[in-house]
Design a protein around this ligand. Structure first.
Ligand SMILES: [Zn+2]
Length: 479
């Protein structure tokens, strides 16, 4: 096949496969056998591309990644099942079901007694080694396949994100160190109200905070309609939303976290969303619509690789930019009609969670970056992660990393959110200075975002300076 034929076959197969994954996430019926078949056909396309071509480079790297995904399929399915089964406790139940890895966050969110949360945390950490071997296996498959092409997953990642190893590490260290003391101070301020104790401790993880800190706000936000709000905002920015479909049905097997799927870019973008809690719903619906407009504004005439192969931090740039509108005091006042004290309260809590995010994701990202550079075993990774928690927040048992939903599941993903958040600060400053406050009401700002979105795989990464101090400055809170 020619390059164009390979690319369009890649598009067709990955569209079909994504539709299956979408259905799985939506709690609809999906076809496991078809998924296996499509994924092995995608591997063939990728192998043929790698045998014949070295360019376009984005397609080259994507082909390696596609092969590793297919080769890991078996071990990842095992990991998915064993984690649910082994990381569980007989001591507690939640809504009639035993507490396991899957409902752990809900348990932490609903359990006010900190002793119980500690007990489950300690038990899960002690059980983490039982899934370590599968993680080791998953990582070595990636390492081995990339090696065939003279690369590591880290090399590919840095190339896509246009960063150097030292540049990335230094960037993460600055953010983690800059956030540390502000986070610890604010954490102790919030601890009595949110954690029901005087001090924050190692088992009060990022997700415990996130699941609990916005609860006091739910009361004032229950009557708000997130879908109506996002559609109104994006239409006033001049976006055409006809290509973005929303599934807001509540089905028992539907994933609790919202998501956006480029089933066909730009013509068929789909958002899945399920009500969880009022404040988080508003943020996540805006976030997913950010992905939606990013895909829907691709140029249908562009090549497959330009439309589909987008660095992760670039994809998250558009979602975080749109999500951030909901934390703007002007938006909270004008669109959600909230009172001044409520607005200040929301802004403080959001900034606190941004600090928590920095300390946690600096730790996660540095460990995962070093993982490939230094060829860590799973055990060495745990030791290193523990050291980093001591440096950036509170020393936490290192095997926690095996229980995270991103770190053991991806080669490298953690830094993308951090990079995107810092880039968004620069973009928002540009939008505000060029189009005024609130920029999100100005169609000219919408036009600017549309043009950025259209660049997809050719997004100019270097245009936006990643300045840790610029981002940190915005997150500091005086309580
Ligand atoms: Zn996202």
């Amino acid at each position: 096949m020619s390059l164009d034929q390979l690319a369009s076959r890649y598009e067709k197969l990955s569209n079909q496969l994504d539709e299956q994954y979408y259905s799985q996430d939506a709690g609809l019926t999906y076809d496991r056998e078809l998924m296996k078949k499509l994924s092995s056909e995608l591997t063939e396309v990728s192998r043929e591309f790698l045998a014949k071509f070295t360019k376009p480079r984005s397609m080259y790297l994507e082909s390696i990644s596609t092969i590793t995904q297919a080769e890991r399929l078996e071990v990842e399915l095992d990991f998915h099942d064993q984690r649910m089964e082994k990381i569980s406790t007989d001591k507690y139940t939640l809504n009639g079901k035993r507490v396991n890895w899957g409902n752990w966050r809900q348990f932490n969110s609903q359990t006010d007694d900190s002793k119980k949360r500690k007990e489950v945390f300690d038990e899960f950490i002690s059980k983490a080694p039982s899934i370590a071997q599968l993680v080791e296996k998953r990582m070595s498959i990636s390492r081995e396949i990339y090696k065939r092409y003279g690369l590591t997953p880290l090399d590919a990642y840095l190339e896509q994100e246009q960063m150097t190893y030292l540049g990335l590490i230094e960037f993460l260290e600055k953010l983690g160190e800059g956030a540390r003391n502000h986070f610890l101070k604010a954490a102790d301020h919030h601890a009595p109200e949110i954690l029901h104790k005087s001090k924050t401790e190692y088992y009060d993880d990022f997700y415990t905070w996130r699941g609990r800190i916005y609860k006091p706000l739910d009361r004032i936000l229950t009557d708000k309609n997130p879908l109506a709000a996002v559609q109104k905002t994006l239409k006033s920015l001049g976006f055409d939303l006809t290509k973005i479909k929303v599934d807001a049905e509540d089905r028992p097997n539907k994933s609790p976290s919202a998501s956006c799927w480029g089933i066909n870019v730009p013509n068929d973008m789909r958002i899945l969303y399920r009500k969880t809690s009022p404040f988080e719903d508003i943020g996540s619906v805006f976030h997913e619509f950010g992905h939606g407009i990013h895909g829907a504004n691709a140029n249908a005439d562009d090549t497959v690789w330009k439309r589909y192969i987008v660095p992760r931090s670039v994809a998250e740039t558009f979602s975080i930019l749109i999500e951030d509108i909901t934390y703007d005091p002007l938006f909270l006042a004008q669109e959600l009609k909230l009172e001044k004290t409520a607005i200040q309260d929301i802004v403080n809590r959001v900034k606190f969670m941004n600090l928590a995010f920095l300390t946690f994701y600096a730790t996660n990202s540095i460990m995962k970056t070093e993982f490939w550079k230094n060829n860590y075993t799973v055990e060495q990774a745990a030791n290193r992660w523990q050291q980093l928690t001591k440096r950036f927040f509170i020393e936490t048992p290192g095997n926690y990393w095996l229980l995270h939903h991103v770190m053991p599941n991806y080669d490298l993903y953690s830094p993308s959110y951090v990079i995107a958040s810092v880039r968004v600060t620069a973009i928002k400053q540009k939008l505000a200075s060029e189009f005024g406050e609130p920029w999100w009401k100005n169609p000219q700002a919408g036009k600017y975002i549309r043009e950025l979105a259209q660049t997809r795989g050719e997004f100019n990464i270097k245009q936006w300076k990643l300045d840790p101090n610029n981002y940190l400055k915005e997150q500091i809170i005086t309580l």
